[in-house]
Ligand binder design. Structure first.
Ligand SMILES: [Fe+2]
Length: 287
């Protein structure tokens, strides 16, 4: 038995990824995403051979799940002792959705990770738990509440907006995981669940940029934030280059996209004093 419930925010080996490891008092772990293949050695080090009671996957993008898929494909995940996978991804067949604002981008999104996921995961079917919005369950001393799963019709930022949102509560603190949720899904989360959002800590959506609106963070009212950000992203200019072509963004119906600098200003306005950023190394917090 451990005397504390510890959450590790694993630092980036590949620049721009997300990986968390929670070690329970029974010395099992919960993994959230994990990053790319390059991030697997450090992830394995933090897991330290412990039993993985639940491996949560927020959404099918390579900076979150390509490391896990690579391990499963390589040797059936032999370096991990995985009890269960928790996720809810849109099916690849939705690539045929008509009337999307930018067909090439939409298909690129569906082709990034979903074909590999749908090829690899059937072998683990009996270990897969599909998350449902509104469900709650426990893993050891931790409570899990699912606040959002993908909604049909969000086609301008399809994979980020398909992120599952869940809160993990330890004996002392809780953490809201937002995956890479964007502005449109953030609106739905706010509309459906605004009274459920208040949390002690929050994983900043989509690495802190092009993410949910300030009203959602105001409802969360966190005391601490986890930023999965390397230096170039945490300290980027107020209007970063990739957001300077506003005509293109409008064409793609990606019209409320802002950089990390603005999100950081919001958190200052909300009075948040504690920030854990992956650029500073692996962070460890008791929950
Ligand atoms: Fe991401």
């Amino acid at each position: 038995m451990n005397d504390k419930t510890l959450l590790y925010q694993v630092t980036e080996t590949s620049k721009y990824m997300m990986g968390f490891v929670l070690v329970t008092r029974q010395n099992n772990v919960i993994v959230i995403d994990g990053g790319r293949p390059e991030d697997m050695p450090l992830l394995k080090e933090v897991i330290g051979g412990r039993h993985i009671s639940g491996w949560f996957l927020t959404h099918p993008h390579s900076d979150h799940i390509s490391g896990l898929l690579d391990e499963l494909e390589k040797n059936g995940g032999a370096d991990f002792d995985i009890g269960a996978f928790y996720y809810n991804f849109p099916p690849y067949s939705l690539i045929n959705t008509p009337d999307v604002p930018d067909r090439a981008y939409f298909e690129e999104e569906y082709n990034e990770m979903l074909p590999a996921f749908e090829r690899i995961m059937p072998a683990y079917r009996e270990k897969c738990h599909i998350l449902r919005q509104g469900e709650t369950f426990t893993i050891d001393e931790c409570g899990i509440e699912v606040l959002y799963t993908w909604h049909d019709g969000l086609v301008s930022n399809p994979m980020n907006d398909a992120s599952s949102v869940f809160r993990i509560s330890g004996p002392n603190k809780n953490v809201l995981f937002l995956g890479d949720l964007g502005p449109d899904a953030g609106d739905i989360l706010f509309r459906e669940s605004r009274d459920l959002l208040k949390s002690d800590m929050v994983q900043m959506a989509h690495h802190g940029h092009m993410n949910i609106g300030m009203e959602v963070y105001a409802a969360i009212a966190p005391e601490a934030c986890f930023w999965c950000c390397h230096d170039w992203l945490y300290n980027e200019p107020v209007v970063p280059k990739y957001l300077s072509d506003t005509e293109k963004l409008t064409r793609m119906k990606r019209i409320r996209m802002y950089g990390t600098a603005l999100t950081r200003q919001w958190m200052d306005l909300l009075g948040v004093k504690t920030h854990y950023v992956t650029m500073n190394g692996t962070n460890c917090v008791e929950i």
